[in-house]
Design a protein around this ligand. Structure first.
Ligand code: G6P
Length: 369
């Protein structure tokens, strides 16, 4: 009903709008006055962990791809990320030092559950990141970090994804704290920055009207490409997944560095390409390389839609449309860059007259393999 949607046309729009609160709730009570992380729920022998494998499906898998960067950078721990449906059917090398992390909004996804069982049979400890209290995956895992997104109704995941990112950042920082791979002050600094994320997302939400207008103009397109690098690459994949799910359009997320190895052949006159640009204050070569990618595709006729940080002027001359997000540290950027892509897919699907909350052929929680 309209009341349940809180005045929004769709549950998805309501859930997109709830993201600042969802992030704040997921952070709540997890950092003490001294700026130290309290994740007492993770009662696992983390000292002996020498490898992490993150396993998930769909949007949760994209959260895992982003988490890998944080785990390796902050906790100095080798980290692999794999689709649950693939993990289960190869012969993953697991030992007692391997920590398996499963990410699932619903806690009921069969592929992910089977991967969890497989890992536990091999003697690995499993940490779940989950949004639904008492669901099957957290019940069978050795420990669980709950995200506090609240119930997510729309089939396409939005607020659960952002809270999964927050939980992954907390997990990586907690590992860093326990393994002493980062000085306490640095951990406290990142946590302080993370506590501003709700305000950053709120700021993005106030500036999305032009994104909606842009989406409406693209409703007759057949295909949209998404490019990103580093943590922007999984964001590109997530932007593409949303467009497939909601607007039934062919959409693909590519690593910008791979353009020249194939995808650039797809560029033709008028093709919309959404580019997620890393912060110019982060790794400077990364930013420079993506700016040249934008130039290359534009020279070949692409219509460039550029998602970049406030104040990034280097991209302006090559952007047919510009979407600005607040400046945040590179690893945290997905929290802000994902939001306009959610709005983009949602609006494009509405413009096509499609059912945003319940796209054809999809289920909120897939309980078959
Ligand atoms: C389904 C949903 C996706 C979701 C995926 C994983 O395919 O439609 O939105 O990302 O399952 O779900 P989970 O509950 O395990 O995160």
């Amino acid at each position: 009903t309209a009341a349940e949607k809180g005045g929004h046309d769709h549950f998805m729009l309501k859930e997109i709008a709830e993201q600042p609160r969802a992030i704040a709730d997921t952070l709540l009570g997890r950092v003490d006055e001294q700026g130290r992380l309290r994740l007492d729920e993770v009662r696992l022998p983390l000292g002996t962990v020498d490898k992490m494998i993150i396993v998930a499906c769909g949007t949760s898998y994209h959260a895992g791809l982003i988490a890998k960067h944080a785990v390796e950078r902050w906790a100095g721990l080798p980290c692999e990320v794999e689709l649950a449906s693939e993990f289960r059917y190869r012969d993953p090398i697991l030992s007692s030092g391997t920590l398996i992390v499963v990410i699932s909004q619903s806690g009921e996804t069969m592929d992910t559950l089977m991967a969890l069982r497989h890992a536990r049979e091999q003697g690995s400890a499993v940490l779940a990141i989950c949004n639904v209290n008492g669901s099957t995956i957290p019940r069978e895992a050795d420990a669980v970090i709950y995200t506090h997104a609240g119930p997510e109704i729309a089939v396409a995941s939005t607020k659960a994804f952002l809270t999964q990112l927050v939980a992954c950042y907390l997990m990586a920082l907690y590992l860093a704290q326990r393994r002493r791979t980062l000085p306490d002050e640095e951990i406290a600094g990142i946590l302080a920055r993370l506590s501003k994320a709700p305000a950053d997302v709120e700021a993005v939400l106030t500036t999305v009207e032009p994104v909606r207008e842009l989406a409406r103009t693209l409703k007759n397109q057949r295909c949209v490409l998404f490019l990103g690098r580093h943590v922007g690459y999984p964001v590109a994949m997530e932007g593409a997944l949303k467009l497939k799910e909601l607007a039934y359009m062919h959409a693909e997320g590519f690593a910008a560095g791979e353009l020249k190895h194939g995808p650039i052949a797809l560029i033709e006159e008028g093709l919309p390409v959404v580019v997620v640009v890393p912060s110019p204050k982060g790794e400077p070569t990364l930013h420079g390389k993506i700016v040249s990618n934008i130039q290359e595709i534009r020279a070949r006729g692409a219509m460039t839609v550029v998602v970049c940080e406030d104040g990034d002027t280097a991209v302006e001359p090559y952007a047919d449309a510009l979407i600005r997000v607040p400046a945040v540290p590179t690893l945290l950027q997905p929290l802000v860059t994902t939001v306009p892509l959610q709005v983009f897919a949602c609006e494009l699907a509405s413009a096509k007259g499609l059912d945003v909350d319940q796209p054809r052929n999809l289920a909120k929680s897939v309980t078959v393999e």
